[in-house]
Design a protein around this ligand. Sequence first.
Ligand code: AMP
Length: 225
Amino acid sequence: MHSCIVLLGPPAAGKGTQAEFLKSRLGFQAPSVGAMLREQKEIGAPAGLKAAEYFERGLLVPDEITIEVVRHWLSTAPPVWALDGFPRTVRQAQAFDAMLADMAGNVDVAIFIEAAEPIIRDRVIHRLVCGPCGAILREGMHVASSADPCPRCGGKLGRRKDDNLDALADRLSEYRAKTAPVNAYYEQRGMLRRITGERPPEAVFADIAAALDGAPIANASTPQS
Ligand code: AMP
């Protein structure tokens, strides 16, 4: 039996940060499909190189590639987990339901983290990522500049290639056209929980934890001390 949470929302709504909380506070594995695609590119896998032609320009990677990446990950998935950034099209949502059904599983809760576009733009401009440990940081808040070492592991900080205003404009229009309809898919099935992401990460996480309360997946998680 498999059950999972999916984290939905526009770019830079805070999905990655909340996935980190789900890992550290509730013990879920919560991988990011975007990170899986970037990793596939780094190791030179053909699917990753093809995917990079899309994600580096802010376009959604074709469904065939993302669905296969997720199918592969599912073959090693624990009984409960969260997924950050998938599904991003209705076709992915349908394929995901079918894959889970084959494993006698299902999506328990779809968390939709909302954030307005001016906030998204501001976050993208200031977002830094640690290469070695993957920490997501804000320039001017967690560190003064990208020249500083990662406060968590001392590693070198950088910016994602798609964190620029040109690519963001494309990511937002892809989001509006192809990903926003995924909310309706889960809403019609009574699974969608809307959370405002325009607040400090701790406050957003408190709402997510409350939304999970009572869901089957809450009983299956292993809280970390
Ligand atoms: P993220 O790290 O979640 O912001 O994703 C970065 C980029 O990876 C996105 O802008 C897309 O180009 C690609 N990507 C991630 N997840 C998906 C998905 N489910 N479907 C299509 N493309 C995706």
